[in-house]
Design a protein around this ligand. Structure first.
Ligand code: AKG
Ligand code: FE2
Length: 297
């Protein structure tokens, strides 16, 4: 059966005002092409740049397996980059195991120089509470072509701004209402592979209408809370995202206490609520939130 994919809005420009009114408020995903084309990061960032800046930093690598398992490995960044280079050079790589995926790593904390490569940063695309130190909330993804993040939604039920810096990725997006047709195996992970669905094993997935979008250097993708996504790295990539709450999304998140949201998530969302609703300044709260950046859920 051939899979039909819908599109999302793809714009050449987007003002913060339209972003908040037409997309965030209405929970509609959007891609803006080449929004950050002029950042030094677009020219400079590749795997060797990271190795030169932070080769001895220990990083977290992930191996996702079918059935919802994830194995975490830790190593020095330079060893990872060397491993990727060996893999790239190998003419027989088809027969070789894909190297693991450097997934959800807070590189701006590890190498603060990198922050200057993504200025001027459009902080108006974040709620005011996050703006002064937006970089603290960014998580990075570095991986070879073929890396995949299986179908999931973001664990705190946050909004997501995704910045593609180097290489190309494909996102398959499903609305939160598709949850019941995707064969959930834990709080946020699902068994269906929307790129190549096995309709015999997962017949209910026939009812889902997936959307597809590709991102390249300088592109930004916005995903609303609860949107399911399956992410394929088409070309060796460097990307980062910022998961953020609004007052509305953080309040909404508490309804999922009854739906299996882990208690740690509830705690992180309470911390963010203190900022967004009770206006506790971020520098008082960050030390309580920080462990979220290494949280595997
Ligand atoms: O880029 C990826 O592989 C995963 C991205 C993702 O899931 C996210 O930004 O929430
Ligand atoms: Fe995600």
């Amino acid at each position: 059966m051939k899979i039909e994919f819908g599109n999302i809005d793809e714009l050449a420009a987007l003002s913060p005002d339209v972003f908040w009114q037409q997309y965030v408020k209405k929970s509609i995903p959007v891609k803006v092409s080449k929004l950050f084309d002029s950042w030094p990061a677009i020219k400079n960032w590749d795997f060797n740049y990271f190795k030169n800046k932070a080769g001895t930093q220990r990083i977290q690598l992930k191996k996702f397996s079918s059935g919802g398992g994830v194995k975490v490995i830790s190593c020095q960044l330079k060893d990872y980059v060397n491993d990727l280079e060996c893999y790239d050079r190998d003419p027989n790589k088809k027969h070789r195991k894909l190297p693991p995926y450097c997934h959800d790593v807070p590189f701006f904390h590890l190498v603060t120089d990198l922050i200057d490569d993504v200025r001027p940063f459009a902080t108006e695309f974040l709620p005011e509470w996050y703006r002064a130190e937006w970089w603290k909330y960014a998580q990075f993804f570095l991986g070879p072509a073929g890396s995949v993040t299986p179908l999931h939604f973001d664990t705190l039920r946050t909004h997501n701004l995704f910045f593609q810096i180097h290489g190309i990725k494909e996102f398959i997006l499903l609305p939160p209402s598709a949850i019941e047709y995707c064969y959930r195996n834990s709080w946020r992970w699902f068994d269906v592979n929307p790129r190549n669905p096995d309709f015999e094993t997962y017949p209910a997935y026939r009812l889902v209408k997936p959307m597809r979008v590709t991102v390249g250097p300088g592109d930004v993708l916005y995903m609303p809370p609860g949107m399911l996504h399956y992410v394929s790295t088409i070309e060796k990539s460097i990307s980062f995202n910022i998961d953020f709450h609004t007052r509305r999304s953080v309040v909404n998140s508490f309804q999922f206490v009854l739906d299996g949201m882990p208690s740690k998530n509830i705690l992180y969302n309470i911390i963010i609520s203190l900022g967004l609703i009770l206006k506790v300044p971020p520098h008082y709260l960050f030390s309580y939130y920080k462990s979220y950046l290494n949280y595997i859920s």
